[in-house]
Design a protein around this ligand. Structure first.
Ligand code: KIV
Ligand code: NA
Length: 276
């Protein structure tokens, strides 16, 4: 069982598509690892998917570390990547280094992910030259939702497309080992993928990226509510969960559960002593 490293991921470009899923806890991480998923992302989507916030902005470093630790405990082979949350890499380079170091030291994860392009290329350079592997993330940046005024496809006009291509090249030059492309036209994702030498990991970015990532709750249909166009639901676990809960309620209300086989008993001797 060979541990997957950032070098492994880099070397997969032009050889084999890279599979990435999010996980936020031990059992989910264990399932992904055992299935053979190469990269497990402890995304700050944690905030929306697991903690019930309506954006990723309230997520803290402590939240990421708490869930990152649980994920790392469940993993033997996959590469674990942890999102640096909102404003944890913008205040100063010293602050950013301290935050990234804290995330890596306390969780044991081997990499962090940061949202942004050329604006953060200096930050990425400082992190990578300090021995902290960085996955980039460009296109739709959920931490900037209030700047956009919503979640929408990025890079549709010529200026925006050129900017994203430049961002990808600058992140590569700054030492990133891979870049997530979120919600960009597939033609642009293809072009970026062809023009850089590190893998692109797409989400809502078409089939020409070097890898794909999905939020595991979305792809398993755990939450039931409508998910965006780019998500494929491989299951509808919310339906199965509801069915099980309804059956449990029915059985408890009608004394159909627990049965004798779920119960413990006493010896006749003790019973005789107890009741005289
Ligand atoms: O937080 C997250 O889940 C992500 C992926 C969607 C790329 O950043
Ligand atoms: Na994220």
């Amino acid at each position: 069982l060979k541990k997957i490293t950032t070098a492994t991921i880099r070397n997969m470009k032009n050889k084999e598509p890279i599979t990435v899923l999010t996980a936020y806890d031990y059992p989910t991480a264990k399932a992904c690892d055992e299935a053979g998923i190469e990269v497990i992302l402890v995304g700050d989507s944690l905030g929306m998917v697991v903690l019930g916030y309506d954006s990723t902005i309230p997520v803290t470093i402590e939240d990421m570390i708490h869930h990152g630790k649980a994920v790392v405990r469940g993993v033997k082979r996959s590469l674990v990547v942890i999102d640096m949350p909102f404003m944890s890499y913008h205040i100063s380079l010293a602050d950013t280094l301290a935050n990234a170091a804290k995330i890596m030291q306390l969780t044991g994860a081997a990499s962090v992910k940061l949202e942004g392009g050329s604006e953060i290329s200096e930050t990425v350079r400082v992190l990578t030259s300090s021995g902290i592997p960085v996955m980039g993330h460009i296109g739709l940046l959920p931490q900037s939702v209030h700047q956009y005024g919503g979640y929408m496809v990025q890079g549709k006009d010529i200026e925006a497309a050129k900017k994203l291509l430049l961002d990808a090249k600058e992140l590569e030059a700054a030492g990133a080992y891979a870049i997530v492309l979120e919600c960009v036209p597939f033609e642009l994702a293809k072009s970026i993928t062809e023009q850089i030498n590190i893998p692109t990991i797409g989400i809502g970015a078409g089939n020409n990226c070097d890898g794909q990532v999905l939020v595991i709750h979305d792809m398993l249909g755990i939450q039931g509510n409508v998910s965006p166009k780019f998500v494929k639901q491989y299951n509808s676990l919310s339906t199965e969960i509801q069915n099980s809960l309804q059956q449990y309620i029915h059985e408890v209300k009608n004394r159909l559960f627990p049965l004798k086989e779920h119960s413990f008993d006493m010896t006749q001797e003790v019973l005789n002593q107890l009741y005289g």
